[in-house]
Ligand binder design. Structure first.
Ligand code: FAD
Length: 386
């Protein structure tokens, strides 16, 4: 199979998820956000149809597919105006890491619930003092007999309130070198010492972001995911799917905004023709469509490489896909809002809030500049400034 052409199964999945998305749509999500709750009905219906765990192994109740399929699910829900952000963290990062590196007991404990949607897991790596420089994270795990004791802080972690646990990236001391190395720990939501405080975001979304404090959080030995010495490999196994999924999230949002703008531009007439007949309106929309299609092509390539087991090539492609999709999304949303004139800023038409939302994909999980740094150094071999 060509890495960039979707199979019949993929296309069937796309249409089926699009139908589910159309059933809920933007109005449903807007209502959920206004009521300050979570899109539980959509979450469980998507789970029942097998979409949430489509990438997880069949023996644990998943669909046996890969990140390509999960990205299709997120993109199509986004294109319908009702994306599920927790797909990026729960099945994509946490599910993948546990499926690939978890112990048999961790797989049995977590994967069936992540696949059928009854359990959710958040993911916490960002720290206030480290930011984009994840080498500087200081959340530290020390051994105390059979237990681990975690201390540190995290920021901007999504969905901790609804997640049964958070996969926390910490560090342990290397017995040989004394240097700190990354390690992943499953921290159940109500563990003593695990505090969370919501961040007041200017984002219209169902999922909240949290600042976390880990104050001598005691965890059993089996809270450590996989192998203490393979933390870095395991971490990247989760970060690449996160980038692919963020790209899918951005493409979905861009498509949603574009479709609203096209419908408006065909309908709204202020001179003789509908505004969409003016090339000043039509061409930027056509460009936005082309950019989104190109970004999708790169996202498909990244997903294909990841699902084929080529982690190194997937890393580069996933970064590029995330970059391209975020830029395409920001531009599509901007042009869509502009196309609607004053209505672009009304609540009724629901596009203005996407201006903020689209910026998320440019910042998280890795910023536009850090991807440009990565490509400058890793791909092009240019020297580093930092
Ligand atoms: C809505 C939302 C949800 C999120 N969810 C999660 C989550 O679930 N889990 C989680 O762990 N994190 C999450 N994050 C955090 C996100 O991953 C970080 O915000 C992101 O990694 C950037 O880190 P920072 O905010 O500290 O920015 P900083 O690192 O402080 O960067 C600020 C600016 O400086 C630029 N910059 C920094 N260094 C360089 C450099 N060397 N060269 C050029 N430019 C540079 C950056 O590109 C950026 O524009 C979320 C963030 C948001 C906004």
């Amino acid at each position: 199979m060509s890495p960039v052409i979707e199979t019949d199964e993929h296309q069937a999945l796309r249409s089926a998820v699009a139908a589910l998305g159309a059933h809920y749509g933007r109005d449903y999500l807007a209502k959920v956000v206004a009521e300050q709750r979570h899109p539980t009905e959509l979450w469980y219906e998507a789970a029942k149809l097998g979409y949430l765990g489509v990438n997880l192994p069949e023996e644990y109740g998943g669909g046996g597919g890969g990140i390509a399929e999960l990205a299709i699910v997120l993109e199509e829900l986004g294109a319908a105006g009702c994306p599920l952000l927790m797909l990026v963290v729960s099945p994509a990062i946490c599910g993948t890491v546990i499926a690939r590196f978890g112990t048999p007991a961790q797989k049995r404990r977590w994967l069936p619930g992540l696949a059928d949607g009854t359990r959710t897991m958040a993911f916490g790596i960002t720290e206030p003092d480290a930011g984009s420089n994840s080498h500087r994270i200081t959340t530290t795990a020390r051994r105390d007999g059979e237990e681990w004791v975690l201390t540190g802080r995290k920021v901007f972690v999504s969905g901790v309130d609804i997640a049964d646990a958070t996969l926390i990236v910490g560090r342990t001391e290397d017995a040989r070198t004394g240097r700190l190395k990354p390690c992943l720990f499953i921290v159940p939501r109500d563990t003593p010492g695990f505090g969370r405080c919501p961040i007041d975001m200017e984002l219209s979304a169902a999922e909240k972001q949290f600042e976390l404090t880990l104050d001598e959080v005691r965890l059993p030995a089996d809270a450590l995911v996989g192998d203490e010495d393979a933390g870095l490999l395991q971490l990247f196994a989760g970060l690449n799917p996160e980038r692919v999924m963020t790209a899918a999230f951005a493409i979905g949002m861009g498509r949603f905004a574009l479709s609203r703008a096209v419908a408006y531009a065909c309908d709204r007439t202020v001179f003789k023709q509908p505004i969409g007949a003016h090339q000043a309106i039509a061409h930027p929309l056509a460009q936005a469509h082309i950019d989104l299609e190109l970004a999708r092509l790169m996202t498909q390539k990244a997903a294909y490489l990841y699902d084929s087991g080529d982690d190194v090539a997937a890393g580069e492609a996933a970064n590029m896909a995330k970059y391209a999709a975020a830029e395409a999304c920001v531009k599509a949303v901007d042009q869509a809002v502009h196309t609607l004139g004053g209505n672009g800023l009304t609540r009724e038409f629901g596009l203005a809030s996407l201006v903020t939302a689209s910026r998320v994909a440019r910042i998280a999980p890795v910023s536009r500049e850090m991807i440009l740094n990565y490509v400058s150094h890793q791909t092009l071999g240019l020297p580093k400034s930092y």
